[in-house]
Ligand binder design. Structure first.
Ligand code: ATP
Length: 233
């Protein structure tokens, strides 16, 4: 296993949010983390990345304990996080944003080329200020910035949030291309159908607990399950 989360409890002050949460991501595996608003998806990512105020249980990456390590040390274990709402640097251009993700400047050309092969549109807009890109392009830039550090695992939070339907397809295609490579991903999003199409396996989270896990195809074909845990309440 690449990432293993074992019986993790997570807290903000006195609020007990993650409750005995366990999940696994295998090498090169694409895993969907699905749940309603407030279920605990972002908190799970914060727990992995070492930015949750208090955490109990155990998180390992390639068998090495990373529970509660500070974010830079988690990042050094080849885990990259794409937070929700595409936190790009709006005042910097595309090139400068990508440079922010570089860990090894000597590999700039080859790492950038990998991103451009995936997202040719970014190469066409290298000098454009990132804040003026379309929502879909900004998401591609956020993914590209995560990619230039050559992560083994990418944590993607709500990649489709706030995108127009046509841009949802663009970002889904980009993530699908990325998924073909040798990278593992944990993807959380409210868009169940698109997320499951990308994924190999899926977990459903409710009130900080994993309530169901199965193959992505298994969850995709179970309308009652989706209605129960993911439907509009
Ligand atoms: P969404 O899809 O709406 O982003 P989510 O599944 O990512 O939802 P989280 O953001 O992980 O959900 O939130 C889980 C719970 O933790 C919610 O009840 C939320 O109100 C609570 N929470 C989040 N951040 C804090 C905080 N800083 N302090 C206290 N409670 C918090």
């Amino acid at each position: 296993m690449m990432l293993e989360i074992e019986s993790v409890d997570g807290y903000y002050g006195k609020s007990h949010i993650l409750k005995g949460l366990s999940l696994e991501v295998g090498d090169d595996e694409i895993v969907a983390l699905l749940g309603r608003n407030g279920a605990g998806k972002t908190t799970t990512y914060r727990g992995i990345m070492g930015v949750l105020p208090r955490i109990e249980g155990r998180i390992t990456m390639h068998g090495e304990d990373i529970t509660g390590l500070p974010p830079d040390e988690v990042y050094n274990r080849n885990i990259s996080w794409i937070p929700e709402r595409r936190r790009i640097f709006a005042n910097l251009d595309v090139q400068e944003n990508l440079e922010m993700g570089l860990t090894d400047r000597s590999e700039r050309e080859s790492r950038f080329q990998e991103v451009f092969d995936l997202f040719p549109r970014l190469e066409e807009r290298l000098d454009q200020q990132a804040g003026t890109l379309s929502g879909g392009e900004q998401q591609m830039l956020a993914i590209g910035r995560a990619l230039v550090s050559h992560p083994d695992l990418i944590l993607v939070d709500e990649p489709f949030e706030g995108l127009m339907p046509t841009l949802v397809d663009d970002v889904a295609d980009a993530l699908a291309k990325l998924a073909e490579g040798d990278v593992a991903m944990l993807i959380a999003d409210q868009r169940t159908e698109e997320t499951l199409e990308l994924a190999d396996s899926a977990y459903i989270i409710e009130n900080g607990r994993i309530v169901h896990s199965d193959s992505a195809a298994g969850v995709a074909s179970d309308g009652d399950l989706q209605e129960k845990y993911l439907g509009v309440q």
